[in-house]
Design a protein around this ligand. Sequence first.
Ligand SMILES: [Zn+2]
Length: 251
Amino acid sequence: MVWLFDAHVHLSDPEYVGDMDLIINSMRKMKIKACAVSVDNVSSNNTLDLAQKSDLVLPFVGIHPEKAFDDLESNIGLIRKNSDRICGIGEIGLDKTYASSTEQFARQKMVFTKLLEEAEALKKPVSVHSRRTLDEIFQIIPSYRISGFLLHWFDGSKKQLNTATDLGCFVSYGPATVYSKDKQVLVSNTEKNRLLVETDGPVKFSHCFGMKAAHVSFIPSVVFCIAKIFGQTYDETVSLLEQNSTNYLGI
Ligand SMILES: [Zn+2]
């Protein structure tokens, strides 16, 4: 059986509370598994609870750069205690828009690198937020041996895309691929075996998505677009993405 993977979605977000049974049922019907990322200790615990409900929820635990001042020791404790259940570490990363001083950015870097150390030690993939910090992250990557390193919502230049490929990273694209010419150009320049798809739900997307909170069920439209760009059939693209996803997750 072939499965699609949403490589990055915040299923523990309050937006989805109340709809979870519907979401998990639709994932089963549509054959979609989800890398469910977390942003802090509360959402990390909620993500682990969701993973108890369904094996389609692949739990990722971590601290987002926006939440860099959350309790790091607790998060590391949670990761170690649940290391056999956790599928990856994330959402982690760097983002200067959430740091108003050099001290705050230094704190982000410390949290990010400590969680990369955990991922390396436990041989887990990572889901990385890299908004306007790709070059800083490229400097950090070679210090860690992590086989599944995902730059989620990749939004760099073509040169940065080449660097990401040279460093062995995976990159993921979301619903914006359906309507953004710039994204489509990036996809066409991406190594086929390094590409993943995501929704980053519950982020809201414009144009044809009408500012509705993204749902895992948006994934097939992203796949359809990528198939068109690669000049492949939908089924060929699904098989390629499944292979890429299992390589990324190490499963
Ligand atoms: Zn995210």
